[in-house]
Design a protein around this ligand. Structure first.
Ligand SMILES: [Zn+2]
Length: 282
């Protein structure tokens, strides 16, 4: 499958602490942007030694707020670094605060790496919305145009155009225009892919989700991120197939992945593209 691989800066990211996607969101028929991937561990996985990554325990906490949340449905500890820099630790029913703190300490290296990536991304965002910048659009690096025009600026990316008052957020204006474009395109595409599979889609909603590519409700409503338009068509279709298969199975079990493979044999390559390029999407 010809996935566009150009335009991406490879970052030497270690993903060792990333949980297996089949275990990650057992009750949640959605999947997440890589930059939001939580780390998780079973309630008593003390043996998961990470001596090589060990840092002074305090380093995992000093940089931000640490919040503990007990979730009776959770089956393992889950650590999430939020966009505001705070950390949230989910404690499973069988867990306790002390083990949760130990879990956080074991994840010190992961936290440090994530914070570094947040900082890099924030720096990239500051210079992001300028004329001439290359942005992924349908999988290809595409020049963003931001041209002053009297009191306003004209913005163009691929076939999407927008206008904003001078000084207003280019990002917001472009994001709204991309979302409108995605609303025109993604609904029909979902139905096109669903029809031969005899799947009934109640509703397609396009969102500006910070942390997800898509999700599927138990009532047959599929939500998709407008950033699917930034992906190569094959990757966009994979995200749609992924959510469509959640109409059959609302989990990430082996059977689910077999269903995905059945309709979308290139899904592994698509996942790889998302891991590599997902964090750079607008
Ligand atoms: Zn999923």
């Amino acid at each position: 499958m010809p996935l566009q691989k150009d335009g991406g800066r490879r970052r030497g990211r270690s993903r060792r602490l990333q949980a297996d996607p089949q275990l990650r969101l057992p009750y949640d028929a959605g999947f997440e942007r890589p930059d939001a991937t939580p780390v998780s561990a079973p309630p008593s996985s003390r043996e998961r030694g990470r001596e090589a990554d060990a840092m002074p325990p305090a380093s995992s906490r000093e940089a931000g707020v640490l919040q503990f949340v007990v979730n009776r449905r959770a089956r393992r500890y889950v650590l999430r670094l939020r966009h505001d820099g705070s950390l949230r630790v989910t404690i499973p029913r069988s867990g306790n605060r002390r083990q949760a703190e130990e879990f956080v300490e074991r994840c010190a290296a992961w936290i440090a790496r994530q914070r570094e990536r947040h900082a890099e991304r924030a720096a990239a965002q500051r210079e992001a919305w300028t004329d001439g910048r290359l942005v992924l659009w349908r999988g290809r690096p595409t020049r963003l145009a931001v041209v002053p025009c009297g009191e306003r600026v004209r913005i163009a990316l691929g076939e999407v155009t927008a206008e904003a008052p001078a000084g207003a957020s280019v990002r917001d204006a472009l994001g709204r225009a991309c979302r409108r474009r995605a609303e025109q395109e993604l609904g029909p595409r979902v139905r096109e892919l669903a029809a031969p599979l005899a799947l009934d889609v109640a509703r397609v909603v396009v969102r500006d989700q910070r942390t997800r590519w898509g999700s599927c409700s138990r009532y047959g409503s599929i939500s998709l991120n407008w950033r699917l338009l930034q992906m190569p068509d094959e990757v966009r279709d994979y995200v749609i197939y992924h959510e469509l298969m959640h109409l059959k199975r609302a989990d990430h079990s082996r059977r689910f992945w077999r269903l995905v493979a059945g309709v979308c044999p290139w899904y592994r390559e698509a996942e790889r593209w998302l891991r590599l390029h997902g964090p750079q999407l607008l």
